[in-house]
Ligand binder design. Structure first.
Ligand code: FNR
Length: 385
């Protein structure tokens, strides 16, 4: 249930830490290595200073933007989160409802809990789908035709997972590497026993509806562990630019490359015909030590910003951050952890409140930076930029 005192990301995160089994909270909250990039992502948005400009008519505030021909009430997209729906019963369905209400797109992960057909039933509003390349291209083709049939408009192809980042928290919990029998025990029965509310809501009441968007292709069993094992073994580390050319041919909708962090890669992505790029380091979960997205975005915008649509994610938490992202050249930003932590804390209602708060903060930032309209935000709203 939603607590009236829970308002910010920090509130929802704290609540999620209590409600979720340890292995699941750590899986979401953590990053790779020493978590340097994870910390840098948020720190670098915070470090940017907005300039305050007064006595500008703020009576006609507008947070909306246009993205790939669709109008968004906020320059925000809910990022694809593998197993994101595990934080609350049929979580992706709840997230889609909240996104609809807020007038923003929801992006379903290849490895979401709810199949895309279930998400599509929420409403006629189109959603985005995120693709990981699987070794079996036949399955990929089938996944893409399912997506097209469900009205998916935009495909985010994630390209920063050629190897999985080393996530120490997952090692400790027996989720990665399988090194720790104690971790495995703790993240199994003991962990469940300590979090009966979650177990009842997600594990028991949610279970009959099935587990996993890729379930139709998994032959072994309905056991989530088998499913995750099969999915992990299907990830294709050999993906190169040629696969993008192939995708460009087989996917009729918009194609956005997710995980660009380098200027030459950005130029190559534009040359190959991608409709947009998501400047991303996978939320600090892949290459630890990589630059923050707030640092790379303006550089990538200078290189290709006039030739493509830029999006950004990693550490974006508030409406002020959205204005900063627009100022540095993005059309919109994505948030990952915030939506799953909000769901864990209080389901759809909590996520709706979080999104309302982001909007309120963005209005404040637009009104007091002199930009007023999201479409007017330029580097001038940032000190020294
Ligand atoms: C992710 N991310 C991710 N990205 C993707 O393309 N497919 C996926 O399945 C996942 N899964 C996933 C799980 C979890 C638990 C997290 C936290 C992240 C990355 C995600 O889409 C996004 O890039 C980051 O989450 C953005 O950073 P913030 O907003 O979480 O700081």
């Amino acid at each position: 249930t939603l607590n009236l005192l829970d308002v910010t990301y920090a509130d929802f995160r704290r609540k999620a830490e209590r409600r979720l089994p340890r292995f699941l909270f750590d899986y979401i909250d953590g990053g790779s290595g020493t978590e340097t990039t994870l910390r840098r992502n948020t720190a670098d948005w915070e470090a940017l200073q907005l300039t305050q400009k007064v006595l500008v008519d703020a009576s006609k505030m507008d947070c909306s933007v246009e993205l790939f021909g669709e109008k968004l009430a906020l320059p925000l997209v809910l990022a694809p989160i593998g197993m994101g729906g595990m934080t609350s019963r049929r979580g992706e369905v709840q997230a889609k409802r909240a996104a609809d209400k807020a007038g923003i797109p929801f992006c379903l992960s290849t490895v979401g809990v709810c199949p895309m057909e279930e998400v599509a039933k929420v409403s006629g509003t189109p959603f985005w789908f995120q693709l990981y390349m699987l070794k079996d291209r036949g399955i990929v083709q089938d996944v893409l035709s399912r997506a097209a049939a469900q009205g998916v408009t935009t495909l985010a192809f994630t390209i920063d997972l050629a190897v999985l980042g080393t996530r120490y928290r997952d090692f400790r919990n027996g989720m990665q590497g399988g090194l720790s029998p104690w971790g495995r025990a703790r993240s199994g029965l003991i962990d469940y026993a300590l979090h009966p509310g979650w177990l009842w809501d997600v594990g028991i009441r949610g279970a009959p509806h099935g587990f996993g968007n890729l379930a139709p292709y998994v032959k072994q069993s309905a056991n989530p562990r088998d499913y995750l094992h099969w999915t992990g073994s299907q990830f294709d580390p050999s993906v190169t630019w040629q696969d993008i050319e192939w995708l460009r041919k087989v996917w009729p909708g918009k194609l956005v490359l997710k995980g660009i962090l380098d200027l030459d890669d950005a130029r190559a992505a534009v040359a190959i015909g991608a409709d947009g790029l998501i400047v991303s380091n996978h939320g600090g979960r892949q290459l630890d030590g990589a630059a923050s997205t707030a640092a790379m975005l303006p550089r990538i915008a200078d290189a290709v910003g006039d030739r493509t649509t830029l999006l950004v994610d990693g550490g974006v938490r508030t409406g002020q951050d959205l204005v900063k992202a627009l100022a540095l050249g993005a059309k919109a930003a994505l948030v990952g952890r915030p939506w799953v932590m909000a769901l864990a804390a209080g389901g759809e209602a909590a996520l709706t409140r979080y999104l309302a708060m982001v909007k309120q903060d963005m209005r404040t930032a637009l009104g007091l930076s002199g930009a007023v309209n999201a479409r007017n935000v330029g580097r001038g709203v940032l000190l020294g930029k």
